[in-house]
Design a protein around this ligand. Structure first.
Ligand SMILES: Cc1cc2nc3c(=O)[nH]c(=O)nc-3n(C[C@H](O)[C@H](O)[C@H](O)COP(=O)(O)OP(=O)(O)OC[C@H]3O[C@@H](n4cnc5c(N)ncnc54)[C@H](O)[C@@H]3O)c2cc1C
Length: 433
């Protein structure tokens, strides 16, 4: 019997275990992970611990201005919290606070940067996100593809696998029970987490299963699964110096099928996105998609032509849990003893730290500011039932990529791709153009 059983040993599950014990060191906490802790996206992501000041538009639309600003501030607290955790527990996860830069690669993207900076100023946080001229962008990272941009102060990079394994080590030191290689097949009332090798009865349970939730009863329609892929170059610190990218900034373009790229401590570029696909269940297409790797590599070569002689030496992918609002929600399911965090939409490194704090408060019944954040127990937003959800996600994903590519080339998007890419917004989802 445990006090809390956590399904999933990624950042959400491990931060929840950590914060539960920070709240009450006497709690008995068990983590059940089908792979190894951090074997899923938490150990294989881009390592962008980025703020939410660029999400203000969606947050305000959903929750209003004051709650939106409160939520974005808490993500800032979480970025600082990751740094504090690493230094307190001797976890060298390459934490580097260098901010987050948007690099516009098309005229609409420049407008979007302008609007995001205006909105930040309008809600009273002009320093959190500001415009950059073309020259300022090039001074931080020179690329023939980059126009003007924007800079968000809240942004730090981590080596995600080192952070996940560091969290696991600290959890074990605090007497958390961890069973890796253990798949939970269902949660029975009680709750009881049932696995192929036995079951764990607990007072409360936490579902921290990210995109695997697409096939979990009761919550599956809250998310759709899309894949994302990253390529990694050989170390070439002298090449980074040539393009002035020595400040460690996290960078993304403004495509809806976003490209994200960063440097590493040993002088490489890790470059993600641009392709990927949707599927109803997590399978091989999320980790072994050569076409998605090719698209990520193509984006990298286009943005960094001066790196043409530097080989790409690795590539990998994983699933992301896309929510209808592009933002995660945290909360408690009826009858009140199962908690969850879901819908990070490819942006969970900093938010999962916040999820851990929120779920720890929900599970211990603490009445704090965190449980009153707007994304805690909001009205659930759902995708259509299967097979519409995954078919729709697959078709829309293709259309969005085609729309993005045409827009970036300064061409008119094909009429069908244009109509399909706009469909989610027309249906009330905060996704796509
Ligand atoms: C290629 C890629 C790049 C990304 N880049 C970034 C980035 O730069 N910045 C950012 O903020 N986010 C990024 N993300 C998203 C980020 O990785 C996730 O949002 C975050 O890791 C979510 O943490 P989690 O613990 O909820 O999920 P996960 O890390 O997926 O953990 C869930 C765990 O649950 C386990 N599990 C599932 N079902 C069961 C079951 N039935 N029984 C037992 N265990 C189960 C899984 O094996 C998995 O380990 C990226 C994602 C990918 C795939």
């Amino acid at each position: 019997m445990a006090d809390v059983v956590i399904v999933g040993g990624g950042f959400t599950g491990l931060w929840t275990a950590y914060w539960l014990l920070e709240r009450n060191p006497n709690l008995g906490v068990t983590v059940l992970e089908q792979d190894i802790c951090g074997g899923g996206p938490s150990g294989r992501n881009g390592g962008f611990a980025s703020g939410w000041w660029d999400e203000l538009d969606g947050l305000i639309h959903l929750y209003g201005t004051e709650p939106a600003v409160r939520a974005a501030r808490q993500i800032g607290v979480s970025i600082a919290g990751i740094e504090e955790f690493c230094s307190k527990h001797g976890v060298d996860a390459w934490f580097r606070r260098a901010g987050y830069m948007y690099a516009a690669t098309g005229p609409r993207h420049e407008l979007a940067c302008e609007e995001a900076a205006e909105l930040a100023a309008h809600v009273g946080v002009p320093d959190e996100l500001r415009r950059l001229t073309r020259e300022e962008v090039q001074a931080r990272c020179a690329s023939p593809a980059f126009r003007s941009g924007a800079f968000m102060r809240d942004g730090a990079s981590v080596q995600p696998a080192l952070l996940a394994r560091g969290l696991r080590r600290v959890a074990l030191e605090r007497a958390v029970t961890i069973h890796e290689g253990t798949t939970v097949t269902r949660l029975d009332g009680g709750p009881v987490a049932v696995t192929e090798r036995g079951s764990v009865r607990a007072k409360q349970a936490v579902l921290a299963i990210n995109a695997w939730a697409t096939s979990w009863p009761g919550i599956g329609r809250r998310v759709a699964a899309w894949s994302s892929y990253i390529v990694l170059t050989e170390p070439a610190p002298e090449k980074l110096a040539e393009i002035h990218w020595t400040g460690g900034e996290l960078i993304t373009d403004l495509r809806h099928s976003v490209r994200y790229f960063r440097t590493t401590r040993d002088g490489r570029i890790a470059f993600g996105g641009g392709g990927g696909r949707a599927a109803p269940r997590i399978g091989d297409s999320f980790t072994q998609d050569h076409e998605a790797v090719r698209q990520a590599a193509e984006g990298f070569r286009r943005f960094f032509p001066s790196w043409h002689e530097v080989p790409i030496v690795d590539a990998w992918g994983g699933p992301i849990d896309v929510s209808p609002t592009h933002l995660p929600t945290f909360g408690t399911l009826p009858p009140g003893n199962v908690h969850f965090a879901l819908g990070y939409t490819g942006n969970g490194v900093a938010p999962s730290h916040l999820a851990g704090r929120v779920i720890a408060d929900l599970a211990t019944g603490a009445d704090t500011d965190l449980v009153r954040l707007p994304m805690v127990n909001p009205r659930p937003r759902l995708f259509p039932p299967e097979p519409l959800r995954s078919l729709g996600a697959a078709v829309v994903r293709r259309a969005v990529i085609s729309f993005d590519t045409a827009e970036e080339r300064g061409e008119r998007p094909n009429a069908i791709a244009d109509a399909v890419a706009h469909l989610p917004r027309r249906m009330g989802y905060l996704l796509g153009p």
